[in-house]
Design a protein around this ligand. Structure first.
Ligand SMILES: [Fe+2]
Ligand SMILES: [Fe+2]
Length: 254
């Protein structure tokens, strides 16, 4: 292991360039970067987010469910009409070079970054399996990399920053950079320093994100959806103030 290397772990940016920039500024001495997926959909700053991700130049980027949607729009064909229009605007904003970079995102698997072997997984499981959240059954965690013996499993997707040890394995979710869900507005991520893991958070000014949202023509005829998105970000309840997110908020999760 390279004891001196610093590895930045990020996930779930969801088109929030303000949050990603804040993380990059806070950790500008990182030697390596791991991105666990969900880059652009559904946020109002796809171009700025793509520029920042290009600059970040992650060692490994894992394909998230919302990254697959960039490559195959039929995956969100069943979404409500306003969301389809928003997603089509996001994808249409991305240049071919960015889409090609998304196409190159990696599948779940064991990777070696900065001298540390880690099993990387976006965190999305089969439909019948509960998502890996702090109080989910062990099976939800064991489903990630069950065939792999790597003791470290990193995943995103559920947007809650937590670590859980089951048997010989430690499961780490760095939380979401761009779409907090536990009722606090900040960017969550993690770092490995000298081989030790530290969960971290940084606050940022959401106003440019709000301005980007408010300037979107595609949402002009959809004021209630625009307001919902604005409230979701500012409240920190990215997909609504409801269970289990309110419970995680009361338990202190980020
Ligand atoms: Fe996500
Ligand atoms: Fe996801």
């Amino acid at each position: 292991m390279d004891d001196q290397s610093k590895i930045l772990i990020i996930s779930d940016v969801h088109g929030n360039a303000e949050a990603l920039r804040a993380v990059m500024n806070a950790e500008d001495d990182a030697d390596h970067v791991v991105f666990l997926g969900d880059a652009f959909v559904s946020g109002p700053q796809p171009i700025e987010t793509a520029e920042l991700l290009e600059k970040l130049d992650a060692d490994v980027s894992i394909m998230g469910n919302h990254d697959k949607e960039v490559l195959d729009t039929s995956l969100f064909a069943h979404w409500p009409e306003g969301w389809i229009a928003f997603n089509e605007w996001i994808i249409g904003s991305l240049g071919k070079d960015v889409v090609d970079r998304v196409r190159a995102f990696k599948p779940a698997g064991e990777y070696r970054v900065g001298g540390i072997s880690m099993y990387l997984h976006h965190g999305e499981l089969e439909k019948e399996m509960p998502s890996p959240l702090p109080d989910s059954p062990a099976e939800s965690f064991l489903a990630m990399g069950s065939e792999n013996r790597c003791p470290l499993v990193l995943f995103g997707h559920t947007h809650v920053q937590f670590t859980r040890t089951i048997g010989e394995k430690t499961y780490i979710n760095p939380g979401s950079v761009g779409q907090p869900r536990c009722g606090r507005l900040h960017a969550c991520y993690g770092v490995f320093e000298s081989g030790l893991y530290f969960p971290r958070k940084v606050t940022y000014d959401p106003r440019p994100w709000i301005e980007a949202l408010e300037s979107l023509e595609v949402l002009e005829r959809r004021p209630s959806m625009r307001q919902w998105l604005k409230t979701a970000l500012l409240s920190g309840y990215g997909i609504g103030e409801k269970e289990p997110w309110t419970r995680y908020h009361s338990q202190g999760y980020a």
